[in-house]
Design a protein. Structure first.
Length: 271
């Protein structure tokens, strides 16, 4: 890979990381836990039930806010399904940070995002379309990410596939200090709150709090930690489990493939 193409690849994978920020804090690092104390069996059993129940629901509505230091502030709203690979449709709005400035240069600060089992699609702005023969959608094929960005691309692909709500429960199960905090009200519902500290790829440590309703379904999560680009805070709410979440692939004639764009040099000068 030439240095110019590598630079363009790095820019677009970095942008993808921002576009998929709801998924960017779900990969745990369990190193150094072998001799650590373990949480109570009752808490572990309760969380495993929540993981199974939430996984079995297969789809949900989600709304979230994410802040990463001065680099990113955004909100997302839409549906996700995970019955047969990850599918979903989100509207993502960038409200601040350097990523919002980058998106303004690309013609929009609010975009549609679609997850399909083989790729992630993002609808860019008019400035992007001017560089791509009028095409508004960009396709990031999961299989291409590792070739374009090495291990970081593979990690990102895994994170994108792991953005479903029960992943947060699984992450909390990796904590050695997870505990039941007590009962709290979330969106008018009585819930049970659990909290713990985990080690996460890209962050020194991270706190994870989840709120579970009386059906053993995750209804809220908050993740906080410090990354290389600043403090990370993400809050997400889940509702309407089992909602229909059909996602269509964007029209081929309106879609540009990232790898082809890099080969053609269509994105020269973007960064």
């Amino acid at each position: 890979m030439t240095s110019t193409r590598a630079r363009r690849s790095a820019f677009w994978v970095a942008l993808l990381t921002a576009l998929t920020a709801p998924a960017a804090c779900t990969s745990s690092d369990r190193s150094g836990e072998r001799d650590s104390p373990k949480p109570s069996r009752a808490v572990t059993a309760a969380l495993r039930t929540v993981e199974r129940t939430t996984d079995g629901a297969e789809s949900a509505r989600v709304r979230s806010t994410t802040t990463v230091g001065s680099a990113l502030s955004m909100k997302a709203n839409g549906t996700l399904a995970w019955h047969d690979g990850l599918t979903g449709a989100l509207t993502i709005t960038y409200t601040g940070g350097t990523t919002a400035e980058t998106m303004r240069r690309l013609g929009t600060t609010s975009m549609q995002a679609r997850y399909l089992p083989d790729a992630y699609y993002a609808r860019m702005g008019e400035a992007f379309a001017e560089k791509t023969d009028g095409k508004h959608w960009i396709k990031y094929a999961y299989k291409d990410l590792e070739r374009l960005a090495g291990s970081s691309g593979a990690d990102l692909a895994d994170q994108m596939r792991g953005t479903v709500p029960h992943t947060s429960v699984k992450l909390l199960l990796s904590s050695t200090d997870v505990r039941k905090v007590g009962e709290e009200t979330v969106s008018g519902e009585r819930t049970t709150r659990y909290s713990g500290t985990v080690r996460v790829a890209g962050a020194t440590s991270q706190t994870v709090d989840i709120w579970v309703d009386d059906r053993d379904l995750l209804v809220k999560k908050v993740e906080k930690g410090r990354t290389a680009t600043g403090q990370l805070t993400q809050t997400a709410y889940y509702s309407d489990y089992g909602v229909k979440a059909t996602v269509e692939k964007p029209p081929a004639g309106d879609t540009a493939d990232l790898e082809e764009l890099l080969e053609e040099g269509a994105l020269d000068g973007t960064s």
